[in-house]
Design a protein around this ligand. Sequence first.
Ligand code: NAD
Length: 265
Amino acid sequence: MKDIFGLDGHKALVVGGGYGHGRLTAHLLHEAGAQVAVADIDADRASNVANEIGGHAIVGDVTTPEGAKAIVDEAHDKLGGLTRLANVVGLVQMGQFIDNDPAHWKQQMDLNLMQHVYVCQAAGKHMLAVGDGAIAMVASVSGIYGASNQVAYGMAKAGVMSLARSLAAEWGPVGVRVNAIAPDITAVPRLTENFPGSEEEALAMFDTMAKGEGVPLQRFGRAHELARPLLFLLSDMSSYMTGQCLVIDGGTMVRFPHTTGGAKP
Ligand SMILES: NC(=O)c1ccc[n+]([C@@H]2O[C@H](COP(=O)([O-])OP(=O)(O)OC[C@H]3O[C@@H](n4cnc5c(N)ncnc54)[C@H](O)[C@@H]3O)[C@@H](O)[C@H]2O)c1
């Protein structure tokens, strides 16, 4: 088949690429022809994935402007350019709003929103300079729903979607696209590997939960079902899309909330 990804020769950085769907995204970008740098705060994770795909490992923390710039500039130097960026870093910290202290707000905002700002700003400088770039960030459906018990996380993820729209408007004229994905609960390794049982049992437990909650596709998503949309957003498959956020939730958001009825197999 004709190369529909158009990623041959591109230089791609995956931030948080050492594990989970970040790792799968690094693999897919490599398979589609890009040269890949894998950045992670965990040195072993970064080097393991870089070795798997013959890419470059970068170790660092993106939650400060200096840390994010160092990672991006190292990727640019090692790859000899930077035209594609996936950023999957983020983690929810649960807790009632009434109890959230300033340390909680700062930690959740730094990890889930501000690091995207720092990484985009550093990467944007390289992409704008060559008039070619695509960025895909991981938001969450928590940024769309009212997110009780995770108010800071929801606000941060809403900010990521806003960032994608604003940068799309600002950078579109120069040829740089910025998009995001918003996953619902996804059975990523971080969740399944901590389950006391086999991976199959963990996935079955997730799927039972999803059915009980009326998810139209009757299961929760898998890590590769986040990596593939990220590849899509970084490839020519989405060349006329910018400022968008793809909701990846098995249909939960479009379901009428007061019924769980559906066709029988
Ligand atoms: N899994 C879900 O159910 C779900 C749902 C909605 C959104 N998300 C979003 O998906 C994204 C990733 O989720 P996951 O569970 O696959 O992640 P993960 O925790 O499995 O992987 C994230 C990677 O990022 C690295 N990392 C963490 N902090 C870093 C930092 N400061 N600097 C550099 N690297 C850092 C970690 O070492 C890890 O390798 C997050 O943005 C999360 O909010 C996940």
